[in-house]
Design a binder for this molecule. Structure first.
Ligand SMILES: C[S@@+](CC[C@H](N)C(=O)[O-])C[C@H]1O[C@@H](n2cnc3c(N)ncnc32)[C@H](O)[C@@H]1O
Length: 326
């Protein structure tokens, strides 16, 4: 259930600044969002302790993306991540959650290192407890030639204590058989499912933000609003504060604005800060293009491009004697 807290009404503005000072306006709920244009460590240093209810981010993976100025050694990368995580834990409310969304670091010779494996100990060392390792499955990405193509990333969800906010009802999903009834015992004949839907489980299936996605911007690796939306509905209440230390084009801040939370973040690249301004303004105005949470993944059926061309059938027959997938 979404709980209304006794807080002052939310002001409708956001601030973007290369000065950290506006964080105090956000904490005082004088503004709804604050994007710091600079290094997240500088922002983390001024966020009041225990003031953030949810910290959700997708950090750089250190795989040579255009926003990664120089590739670090794994040791340097983990040292930097440890410093950011320590700052986040300090800023986290005792009943709050941290979600680190990561994929694989790929070494030059093609060796794959799932980042959750090497980052998990950093969170444990600071006393956090993992509640779920959520697998986010999507269908589009690089077609690999020397290994299987990667089609999932993970969301590591930690809490600071055993007393943490978890609102299951707002994130329940549709049941496969909602009309199922008890077939024995005293409730025979009565509906057996939860009328609000089922627990969405730790496997999430929705598209990643590629070129034809309605939320796509110039950022090469933005995550979808739905990913943040589910976590914020489950782990925060209206008016709570959310932080994204690696904000990118401010998907987290926009998602928070859409659900009447307040949010702050840091982004080091000016181009993404510019795009963020537009997205936050659109979120406040209610015009941000968003793929609605819970929309089923599109399944092509009758379109021509969904049919197997005759040449492919012929090529498969010649290559493997006709036993290829139909
Ligand atoms: C994986 S992207 C995050 C994208 C974001 N989730 C979104 O939906 O737009 C990581 C971002 O962190 C930014 N970044 C890298 N190092 C940073 C630092 N020290 N402080 C703040 N931002 C940083 C990069 O420029 C990049 O935009």
């Amino acid at each position: 259930m979404v709980v209304e807290r006794n807080r002052p009404p939310l002001h409708s503005s956001y601030v973007v600044s290369a000065d950290t000072e506006p964080i105090h306006k956000l904490i005082g709920r004088e503004i709804r969002a604050f994007l710091y244009e600079g290094d997240c460590l500088k922002l983390l240093a001024v966020i009041p302790p225990e003031s953030m209810k949810l910290i959700i981010t997708s950090p750089p993976y250190n795989i040579g993306k255009e926003y990664e100025t120089e590739q670090q050694s794994l040791k340097e990368y983990l040292e930097f991540q440890a410093e950011v995580i320590a700052g986040c834990v300090r800023a986290l409310d005792p009943t709050g959650s941290i979600c680190w969304q990561v994929g694989n670091h790929v070494v030059n010779d093609g060796e794959v290192l799932p980042l959750d494996i090497v980052l998990h100990p950093l969170f444990k060392k600071l006393g956090l407890k993992m509640r779920n390792r959520i697998v986010w499955h999507f269908e589009h990405g690089l077609h690999c030639q020397r290994r299987l193509s990667g089609r999932y990333e993970v969301l590591m969800w930690f809490t600071k204590s055993d007393e943490y906010t978890f609102n299951l009802d707002p994130v329940r999903g549709p049941q496969k058989y909602p009309g199922k009834r008890h077939f024995k015992g005293p409730k025979t004949g009565e509906l057996s499912g939860n009328p609000l839907g089922k627990n969405p489980s730790d496997v999430w299936i929705f598209p990643n933000v590629k070129n034809n996605h309605i939320e796509k911007t110039a950022h090469p690796c933005q995550f979808p609003v739905e990913l943040v939306d589910r976590m914020l509905l489950a782990t925060t209440d209206v008016g709570d504060a959310i932080l994204d230390p690696f904000a990118g084009v401010s998907t987290t801040l926009a998602a928070a604005l859409l659900r009447d939370r307040v949010a702050c973040g840091a982004e080091i690249k000016a181009d993404y800060v510019e795009i963020s301004k537009g997205r936050m303004a659109q979120a406040i105005a209610g015009t941000l293009p968003v793929r609605p949470t819970g929309t089923p993944v599109y399944q092509p059926t009758t379109e021509r491009i969904a049919q197997i061309p005759a040449q492919f059938l012929q090529a498969r027959f010649e290559a493997i004697g006709g036993s290829a997938p139909g």
